[in-house]
Design a binder for this molecule. Structure first.
Ligand code: XUL
Ligand code: CO
Length: 437
């Protein structure tokens, strides 16, 4: 049975006027020694693509999908698996990401919920074997259910902490079963609404305890996937603890967890934290914790997480630039944590949205590769910081001098003339690469 009328999407090149074709994503084309498929490692988000029905705070569903046309929730879940794999095959998407709650409906008890997960995981495994599509990462949804009203690992209620741990345990087991290359922790409600009722010290200690238990359990079951923390500054809570890369790094280092976690950077989360997407990737890169990416974009006019498909080549260029400078993805990839707009409710819109996102990243990849090959910014930066490679600068870097020696130096030499940062010139060159590469 087929769920989609849209035919398989192929590469037709930049001259094509066919909306249902890739203009830039040419999976087998080599960029910096790897195929585009290997560089991008695109993934489909199960939740936005197969369970989102167009609901927003002001209205209900607008998307009535063929795979949802049954009342039986398990039948629906199985239909979704088949539809998801048909979609990924047609879109040439090699990976998927999922929350436990996306793939199987919750039951009244944890035991029954876990049994349902096992049924669906078996169906997913069959589809993975048939298609060769793989799991980029799994996670648990410990934020949607009403028991998580005050958080999961940071709940004031210890029995909720225990329940969250049980959910994570099962989600890790099924991620392992599906060969997931990473496991994600997004602190859905790990934050607070008011400090008047919140013991932040205990909550953060408990969050670290929960993550420590996950590290221990991974060893116990032999799960070798990479643990990833996904920062977000707000939404749903007013203040989320995993605010941004800097906050996550401080937390991991305080609790001695830094060797076990990398980060999953989401573009729209970066901008909610008043950072650029590139800033967050850059902070990860220089700290050796760039794990994976949730690809999307926000709307500059709206202050919330709109999770739009990425269409801004400027942003994807600078993101791919950081990723390539980091050596490219190893276990991570580009997961489209993106959803079609509520008004884009037709089947075709899902295909068009993914084509737009994949092409935008493919184009960004090629521009970034050209910038790196030509050492455009690297040569400029090397000259800009040249004073640290000789004389007093070299002594500073090598730790040969302290305040006394530096005072003596300053008294004798003063400072040399500063030179321009040439920002406008660099932005002009970047534009030229985006337009011409
Ligand atoms: C929420 C978000 C999540 C995580 C996984 O903003 O990004 O979907 O990626 O829980
Ligand atoms: Co995300």
């Amino acid at each position: 049975m087929s769920y989609f009328n849209t035919p398989a999407i192929k590469y037709e090149g930049p001259k094509s006027k066919n909306p249902f074709a890739f203009k830039y994503y040419n999976p087998e084309e080599t960029v910096l020694g790897k195929t585009m498929k290997e560089q991008c490692r695109f993934a489909m988000s199960y939740w936005h693509t197969f369970t989102y029905m167009g609901n927003d705070p002001f209205g209900g569903a607008t998307m009535y999908r063929p795979w949802d046309q049954t009342e039986d929730s398990m039948e629906k879940a199985i239909a979704r698996v088949h539809a998801a794999f048909e979609f990924m095959e047609k879109m040439q998407i090699p990976f998927f990401c999922f929350h436990d709650a996306d793939i199987a409906p919750r039951a009244a008890t944890l035991k029954e919920t876990n049994e349902r997960l096992d049924v669906i995981v078996a169906v997913i495994k069959e589809e993975m074997a048939r298609t060769g599509i793989r799991c980029l990462w799994g996670t648990t949804n410990a934020f949607g259910d009403d028991k998580f009203v005050h958080g999961a690992g940071t709940s004031c209620n210890a029995t909720v902490f225990a329940y969250a741990a049980a959910q994570i345990k099962k989600a890790m087991e099924i991620t392992k079963e599906l060969g997931g290359e990473n496991y994600v922790f997004w602190g859905g409600r790990e934050g607070y609404e008011t400090l008047l009722n919140t013991d932040t010290g205990l909550e953060l200690d408990n969050l670290a305890r929960l993550l420590g238990m996950a590290v221990e359990y991974a060893k116990e079951i032999g799960f070798t996937g990479q643990f990833l923390i996904e920062p977000k500054p707000k939404e749903p809570t007013k203040h989320q603890y995993d605010f941004d890369t800097a906050a996550v790094l401080a937390f991991l280092r305080k609790f001695g967890l830094q060797d076990f976690f990398k980060l999953n950077i989401e573009a729209n989360h970066a901008t909610l934290a008043q950072h650029t997407f590139q800033h967050e990737l850059n902070m990860c890169r220089i700290n050796g914790v760039l794990g994976s990416v949730d690809a999307n974009q926000g709307d500059p006019m709206l202050g919330w997480d709109t999770d739009q498909f990425p269409t801004n080549v400027y942003d994807t260029t600078l993101a791919m630039y950081e990723i390539l400078l980091d050596g490219g993805f190893t276990k991570g990839g580009l997961n489209f944590d993106s959803k079609v707009r509520r008004g884009s409710f037709e089947e075709e819109d899902l295909f068009l949205a993914y084509i737009a996102g994949m092409d935008t990243f493919a184009r960004g990849l090629k521009v970034a590769a050209a910038l790196i090959e030509d050492k455009v910014f690297e040569d400029f930066k090397a000259k800009r910081y040249a004073s640290y490679r000789e004389g007093i600068g070299k002594d500073i870097v090598e730790g040969n001098v302290g305040f006394t020696e530096l005072e003596a130096y300053a008294l004798e030499h003063g400072v040399t003339k500063n030179t321009s940062g040439r920002q406008e010139m660099l932005e002009m060159i970047l534009n030229q690469y985006i337009m011409e590469s």
